[in-house]
Design a protein. Structure first.
Length: 330
């Protein structure tokens, strides 16, 4: 009898030619040379789960051909895209999620089409959206782990700046004009030095270097299902002042049939050790002086929060709990 194996899947959609035949082999290499090594958030989730299982010495395999799956195998499918389960004809229950779809209306029959036991989401507010479509308690909440050894502060590094992290998802020009520009003007008026970084326009080495020199970080994003970047900052012991406007604003929500307001957050994993939040510009003006004073008096301890809640080991522990529940293990 074969032994039980844990198999994790992250299958990228096939790359298609864009401009001429065969450029799918050339363009990725050119982008890598020009922009440096970058991976998507969803691929980072997959890589960090593998790292997490390595740390706790949990054996696993990745991307085993579906026809080589045995009936005793336990399966996690993290993505990527609607094509990820093409050719899956096995009866093994699936722990699926995160990267299969953008919204449950993209695949409302998922639980009928495949033996999916639970669908993963990173946080409660996104799980609530999926549960509304798939049925109560169909989702399991599983935050990806942060590599706290890589994202580790150097006590000897002098910290002088505020880092502004910009990840405007919608109405980017308006948000730059009405939120970012006044915040920058405020810091300049107060003679507080700052650096600015924009989502999608940096590499990991640059971001880590900026965090190492930063007292704190102003995080500007409408909402996050998890928010790996701000959590990497917390792991570097950089407290956050986060814009948290409070609602899901994806303009596609109406096409998906989401007509009622949906509560959302930009910092789904956060407590008073991590920093503070503001809803709008007026609240920023009110809260920043208190946040900055707390920074200068070392009142925050964000790394402690990450170590307690979002380390790789904690992520592996949570995923193991989900697997135990799905496969009725003791």
């Amino acid at each position: 009898m074969s032994s039980t194996r844990l198999i994790i899947y992250f299958i990228k959609p096939p790359i298609k030619d864009r401009f001429f035949w065969g450029d799918r082999y050339i363009l990725p290499t050119m982008r890598k040379v020009i922009r440096g090594e970058r991976i998507s958030s969803l691929e980072l989730v997959f890589k960090n789960l593998c790292k997490a299982f390595d740390l706790v010495k949990q054996p696993y395999l990745t991307n085993v051909p579906f026809d080589q799956i045995t009936e005793r195998d336990h399966i996690i499918v993290l993505g990527l895209g609607l094509q990820a389960l093409n050719g899956y004809h096995q009866t093994n229950k699936l722990v699926a999620g995160i990267g299969l779809m953008t919204h449950p209306s993209n695949w409302p029959t998922l639980f009928v089409d495949y033996p999916v036991a639970t669908y993963l989401q990173h946080s409660k507010w996104t799980a609530d959206i999926y549960n509304k479509w798939f049925g109560k308690s169909k989702c399991s909440i599983w935050p990806a782990g942060i590599d706290t050894e890589f994202w580790k502060p150097k006590p000897s590094e002098p910290k002088t700046d505020i880092l502004i992290y910009v990840k405007f998802l919608w109405d980017q020009e308006q948000n730059r004009l009405n939120l970012l520009k006044p915040i920058v003007a405020f810091l300049e008026k107060e003679q507080i030095s700052y650096q600015l970084i924009v989502y999608g326009a940096y590499d990991i080495k640059t971001y880590k270097g900026l965090l190492a020199r930063s007292k704190g970080m102003i995080f500007l994003c409408e909402h996050e299902s998890q928010g790996l970047a701000y959590q990497e900052a917390l792991s570097m012991n950089v407290p956050i002042l986060a814009w948290n406007q409070g609602l899901w604003l994806d303009p596609s929500r109406f096409e998906w049939g989401e007509t009622a307001p949906v509560k959302a957050t930009s910092v789904p994993y956060f407590d008073e050790r991590c920093g503070d939040k503001f809803e709008n510009l007026n609240e920023f003006y009110h809260k920043f002086p208190m946040y900055y004073a707390a920074l200068n008096h070392s009142k925050f301890s964000p790394r402690d929060y990450i170590l307690e809640n979002l380390s790789l080991e904690k992520s592996a522990e949570k995923m193991s709990s989900i697997l135990n529940k799905v496969y009725s293990l003791t």
